[in-house]
Design a protein around this ligand. Structure first.
Ligand code: FRU
Length: 492
């Protein structure tokens, strides 16, 4: 059977399985509705993000056959507004010897009207499927019909291995491609001696690629493997995203702000910063749109099987990245298109919350909500205050966001919200100003917390009971003064 036919059949088989499985899927109160998530089965990394022919395309890692990772395909959604996503047919399926065990993460670029996608082909080299028994190579597939169907390039793989002594061909993945001057560039994640690395490649024709340099590597403190690198410019700076494995016991993605010298292939950069301080955020990717916005989407990992669900994972709301005034850190804000979803609005100005007088907002009706609270730090005298969301009547179940004035720490407390990990985590905020602004997005089980208009963001999954729909504002002692509070129910 020829290659094209084999690929089409692999896609049709996967689509058919998904459609049949959907007929038995039961509705789930935790399924997000304005965050992109799989209709059923497994989702991981966003791939191939691009605004192409006027629409935003989101491909993603998908197992059509199960709610657990495996048998990785590229599924596909598109959107006109970054909020409403339309499902499209699966774009890439394992069908060749080189990608028989997965079409792993990668990116896309438009060239002469066609869409080129670069992905990592994966082969398990031992029957036991041990984590290091892999062959990972870089491949190309091209679409001439607007990004719907792809033909795998006849000379795949286009990069067979990293240079000897520099990387390992069993952990060599996640190509992200961009154009600079007359050339195209690619970053790839790899490792050597259990230290993560990012490699830079260059091409003059999108088909042949030459190795340039190592642009980042772990000194041992940054984990054993770098996944999903992305490099892009904001203003005068080149931002490098990485998802290092092995730094902590839950997913970590972060970035450097630096400068890439394209002539020498050297990248100089400042400190590593965490991109998202929540418990469920990994493998983000970015794209630029017609408004010049640098948009980032991250994957929110979740294990559906463990939770007894037929689906796994979601994407964050697309986020706009800009640099702070010192050119040191990213400011991360949800796209303003989100405003379109707002319906019933409640607004309070100058609200006082007292330890004896907790303020309760009306019960959530739809479990899709947005809440923005601006605390006045000068007028408040409480030592600790915060918001409890998705709470039961007596707050036996709740997810808490708490601020401590003396330590300037923000705590995300999931010890009473079921998220599979029951974690509590505190982060120290930057220099306190007159206000603390908490901007929350709630979508059934997804919670995103934006702090101080983009200074920090925390994303997590929680799985509360259907009846746990309260929001409380509280203080531990003294009063908290709120300059303004805005609450919206959201409708898709
Ligand atoms: C990150 C990752 C990538 C890989 C893909 C496989 O979550 O491990 O490095 O390409 O997932 O699904």
């Amino acid at each position: 059977m020829n290659q094209v036919r084999k690929h089409i059949e692999a896609i049709q088989q996967a689509e058919q399985f998904v459609n049949e499985s959907l007929q038995h899927a039961v509705p789930d109160v935790h399924k997000p509705s304005y965050h992109a998530s799989p209709r059923i089965h497994w989702m991981n990394d966003p791939n191939g993000l691009i605004q192409y022919r006027g629409e935003y395309h989101l491909y993603y890692q998908h197992n059509p056959y199960s709610e657990e990772w495996g048998n990785i395909h590229w599924a596909h959604k598109k959107s006109k507004d970054l909020i409403h996503w339309e499902k499209l047919p699966i774009a890439l399926a394992p069908s060749e010897w080189y990608d028989k065990d997965g079409c792993f993460s990668g990116s896309s670029i438009e060239h002469e009207g066609k869409l080129y996608v670069y992905y990592t082909s994966n082969v398990f080299t031992s029957p036991q499927g041990l984590p290091d028994d892999l062959l990972q190579q870089q491949c190309l597939a091209i679409s001439e019909d607007g990004g719907i169907s792809f033909t795998k390039y006849e000379n795949n793989p286009i990069i067979e291995a990293p240079p000897a002594g520099i990387g390992q061909n069993n952990h060599f993945r996640d190509p992200k491609v961009w154009k600079h001057g007359d050339h195209w560039y690619m970053v790839l994640g790899t490792k050597k001696d259990d230290k993560g690395k990012v490699l830079l490649y260059r091409s003059h024709n999108l088909l042949e690629w030459e190795y340039v340099s190592v642009i980042a590597q772990s000194d041992g403190s940054m984990g054993y493997m770098y996944e999903c690198p992305d490099l892009f410019r904001i203003g005068e700076y080149d931002i490098l995203l990485i998802s290092p494995e092995g730094v902590r016991d839950y997913p970590l993605s972060g970035y450097y702000v630096g400068k890439l010298d394209y002539d020498t292939g050297t990248y100089t950069h400042g400190a590593f910063h965490v991109l998202d301080d929540g418990f469920h955020f990994y493998a983000p990717q970015t794209m630029e749109d017609h408004l010049g916005r640098r948009l980032l989407i991250g994957w929110m990992p979740m294990n559906g099987r463990k939770l007894g669900k037929s689906w796994s994972g979601a994407m964050t709301i697309p986020r706009v990245l800009t640099l702070d005034e010192h050119n040191e850190r990213l400011i991360i804000q949800p796209v303003e298109e989100l405003i379109k979803l707002r319906t019933q609005h409640i607004q309070h100005k100058q609200l006082i919350v007292d330890s004896s007088l907790e303020q309760a907002l009306p019960k959530l009706q739809s479990r899709r909500a947005e809440l923005k609270v601006a605390y006045n730090l000068t007028e408040s005298d409480a030592q600790e205050f915060g918001i409890s969301i998705l709470a039961s009547d007596q707050r036996e179940e709740e997810t808490v966001i708490r601020y401590s004035v003396s330590s300037n720490e923000l705590t995300l407390d999931c010890s009473k919200s079921y998220n599979g990990s029951d974690r509590v985590k505190s982060i120290t905020l930057g220099q306190a100003s007159d206000q603390l602004i908490l901007h929350l997005l709630i979508d059934h089980s997804v919670v995103e917390i934006y702090v101080n208009e983009g200074e920090r963001v925390l994303s997590c999954f929680v799985f509360p009971k259907e009846s746990s729909n309260h929001i409380h504002l509280f203080t531990s002692s003294g009063k908290a003064v709120i300059d303004s509070l805005d609450f919206w129910e959201l409708d898709v």
